[in-house]
Design a protein. Structure first.
Length: 433
């Protein structure tokens, strides 16, 4: 038995279809092997202040519909992962910290500014029927801990504050835990090589290694099992950064995996290179979006998502966390006007939701490839493909056609046999039992 779901530029949006033979000269065989690579963690998006604010601007019924669209395993697309910022990010209403300036005792520590974000996570967990696995990333320590005395435009964490900043992060984890949200993992720093006009902080490879040691020890002292990911920046330098940090045996003992973003020139082979060199570590995609405005209804953006997901997962990535869950039709709010797109957008004044084509491209993975699915090794000459064995024993094949021609795609594997016809600019998910 086989089920096929299709999204296409011709108009389908994750629709169940029956295989219909098409006269085409483009025949593509998917060679499926019996051995496996990575085990998947799942898919998700970021609970930014902008997302929480946009949900606060609409009525409760639409708010619930929007959260269900991502997190309901049946009516939505089954998100299981999430990301939050420690302190503010650019997708917030302003720059903020959790302590008063120069409070080295951290006695003033207070996460109440995040309450509207926490509320959305708790609602998502209720809809999902399980805990959302949350990754936390800092954009900048408090300005007074940095050498440039500013949360923005880079700067570096002063060495004398490494331990205090690690203690601050531990307080953040415990504060969220007390609200019913477990922080499963951390990154050391969002985009540690980016000097931005918004919240940012620079770490070279040695700086990050030292912070791994400090934070790892501080988590251990607090009896927290929160995992640490390094890098959290673009693919192009992920192997170089990982190589420097992981050659230190003690630092490597604290590192669970390597996180990365897509704001490079699609250097997918860097993902494979990193995966192959550090098989014991876990690769997680932690941020990507279409920059430069809302890009409403753009199919090109959907194909960008599809291409990145297909390649990164094929090269060993275990999970995919999109950027903002919900932006408004301006592509914000963003307190430095760094406007972007999101798969689901909020048309605030009519209080309606907009589902961009990218939402459906993500659905082809997130709905059908749950945590614990194992990716099979597979290959093809011209069709992007990923093949999985789910925990329920079903096989899932995701196929993507970026070309202007219909392709006949098939497999003659002993237990995973199929014939399907991929229209131009389409993605299909096949479920075989």
């Amino acid at each position: 038995m086989i089920q096929i779901f299709e999204t296409s530029k011709l108009g389908k949006r994750h629709e169940a279809i029956s295989p219909v033979q098409v006269d085409t000269t483009h025949h593509e065989e998917i060679i499926i092997h019996d051995d496996f690579d990575q085990t998947m963690q799942g898919f998700g998006g970021a609970f930014t202040e902008a997302s929480a604010y946009n949900l606060s601007r609409i009525n409760k019924a639409v708010r619930n519909t929007l959260i269900k669209a991502y997190f309901d395993p049946k009516e939505g697309i089954g998100y299981a992962l999430g990301r939050v910022s420690i302190n503010s990010s650019d997708f917030g209403l302003s720059t903020y910290d959790y302590v008063d300036a120069y409070d080295e005792t951290l006695a003033s520590f207070d996460i109440s500014r995040d309450q509207h974000i926490i509320d959305v996570i708790l609602e998502a967990q209720k809809i999902a029927g399980k805990d959302i696995e949350i990754l936390a990333s800092p954009w900048s320590p408090p300005y007074w801990m940095k050498d440039n005395q500013s949360a923005i435009k880079g700067g570096k964490l002063l060495k004398k504050y490494y331990k205090l900043w690690a203690t601050y992060i531990v307080k953040f984890i415990i504060a969220y835990q007390e609200k019913g949200i477990k922080i499963k993992a951390l990154t050391i720093q969002n985009e540690p090589m980016a000097n931005q006009r918004w919240e940012s902080c620079l770490y070279d490879a040695e700086d990050e290694k030292q912070m791994v040691l400090t934070l790892g020890q501080t988590l251990k002292e607090a009896n927290l099992d929160t995992k640490i990911y390094i890098w959290d920046h673009n693919r192009d330098e992920m192997f170089e950064r990982a190589s420097h940090i992981l050659k230190d045996v003690e630092a490597a003992s604290y590192v669970y995996g390597i996180a990365f973003h897509w704001y490079d020139n699609q250097q997918f082979l860097e993902v494979k290179k990193t995966h192959d060199a550090f098989k014991e570590k876990h690769l997680l995609f932690t941020e990507g979006c279409q920059e430069g405005g809302p890009h409403l209804h753009s199919y090109d953006v959907a194909e960008r998502y599809g291409k990145n997901m297909m390649h990164d997962i094929f090269n060993g990535t275990e999970g995919y966390i999109d950027w903002n869950l919900f932006l408004d039709t301006t592509g914000g709010p963003n307190h430095v006007n760094n406007l972007c797109s999101s798969p689901v957008m909020v048309d605030v004044f009519p209080e309606k939701e907009i589902y961009n084509p990218s939402y459906y491209y993500i659905q082809h993975f997130s709905k059908h490839v749950p945590k614990g699915s194992r990716r099979r090794y597979s290959s093809s000459n011209n069709v992007l493909n990923n093949v999985f064995l789910r925990p329920d024993g079903k096989s899932v094949v995701v196929l993507m056609n970026e070309s202007d021609e219909t392709k006949h795609v098939f497999s003659n594997h002993q237990t995973i046999k199929f014939d399907t016809f991929l229209p131009p600019h389409s993605i299909q998910t096949l479920i075989l039992t």
